[in-house]
Ligand binder design. Structure first.
Ligand code: CP
Ligand code: NVA
Length: 307
């Protein structure tokens, strides 16, 4: 009987020790500039229903640096999941590839793919979660602040996929997280309840507020994401109205405190959820954050393929 592959669909697939182990390996891979051929002969398939810069490029480059190769299967080939079932796609690709990164609209689709896949499936962003992003975020915070346990991070904006993964990650590693969203845009209650249970084990405090200025006070890091995610474009007008007061600008950074760092998963809608002033400020670590996608995902690939 073949062993079931380990997947990374959400951060619930990892425990605290595994996350910290990934960070140690990522830091080593980042330091080690030479090419390692640990994944020679392995092929990664990137199945993307939505556009991407960071996820696609960092996985392709990461795989190449580890001696493997990648191929991209985009929205045209996938016909937004309408051409064939995720089940059949997963079964067929398991015969060609060694690992899959899937970017889907519906989280249920990446779950279905994983259920039927004989090779590891990594979620490269679904409507519910973005685990690779949260791993890079927490690694970046650890590098910049020096440690994770007990620090305060504030997330201001939409209770979306990025917020969900950040919340799970913070709960798992013991980071206090204050989330401020407009009413009606809170994170999914099931995910919030899961995070609250995990947070008890690591002494982290996860709070949900509707007042951004209250949430950001005393935070080491202020994090935001777009108000309108991919697939929600028809809601844009309504969202722009609902999110008034949630833009991260110089005043909000000041309300957070002295030395608060700014983070954003990118792509940013400059002038909407964040001003140019903040994006381009000394406190902004958004490009270091993007770079760490590469290092932490190389550690993820090694973990899933070298078992
Ligand atoms: N942050 C992130 O996942 O970026 P892309 O959508 O460009 O991959
Ligand atoms: N919340 C954003 C994240 C993009 C990386 C989206 O889903 O479009």
């Amino acid at each position: 009987m073949t062993m079931k592959p380990k997947h990374l669909l959400t951060l619930q697939d990892l425990d605290r020790e595994e996350i910290l182990h990934l960070f140690r390996n990522a830091i080593e891979l980042k330091r080690e500039k030479k090419t390692l051929r640990l994944l020679a002969g392995k092929t990664l398939g990137l199945l993307f229903q939505k556009p991407s810069v960071r996820t696609r490029v960092s996985f392709e480059v990461g795989m190449a640096q580890l001696g493997g190769q990648s191929l991209y299967i985009g929205p045209v080939e996938l016909e937004q999941g309408k051409r064939e079932s995720p089940k059949d796609v997963a079964r067929v690709l398991s015969r060609y590839l060694d690992v899959i990164v899937a970017r889907t609209f519906r989280h249920a689709e990446v779950e279905e793919m994983a259920r039927h896949s004989e090779i590891p499936v990594i979620n490269g962003l679904s409507d519910a979660s973005h685990p690779c992003q949260a791993l890079a975020d927490l690694l970046t915070i650890q590098e910049k602040v020096g440690h994770l346990q007990g620090i305060k991070v504030a997330y201001v904006g939409d209770g979306n996929n990025v917020c969900h993964s950040l919340m799970k990650g913070c709960a798992l590693v013991g980071v206090n997280l204050s989330i401020a969203t407009p009413t009606g845009y809170e994170p999914n209650p099931t995910i919030t309840q899961w995070a609250a249970r995990e947070a008890k084990k690591t002494d982290a405090k996860i709070e949900l507020l509707n007042d951004p200025l209250k949430a950001v006070k005393g935070a080491s890091v202020l994090y935001t994401d777009v108000w309108t995610s991919m697939g929600q474009e028809q809601e844009k007008q309504r969202r722009v109205k609902a999110f008034q007061g949630f833009r991260v600008d110089g005043k909000m950074m000041k309300a957070a405190g002295h030395g608060t760092l700014f983070m954003h998963c990118l792509p940013a809608h400059r002038g909407e959820e964040v001003t140019d002033e903040v994006m381009d400020s000394r406190e902004s670590i958004v490009y270091d954050q993007a770079e760490n996608r590469l290092h932490v995902q190389k550690a993820v690939l090694l973990m899933l393929l070298k078992r």
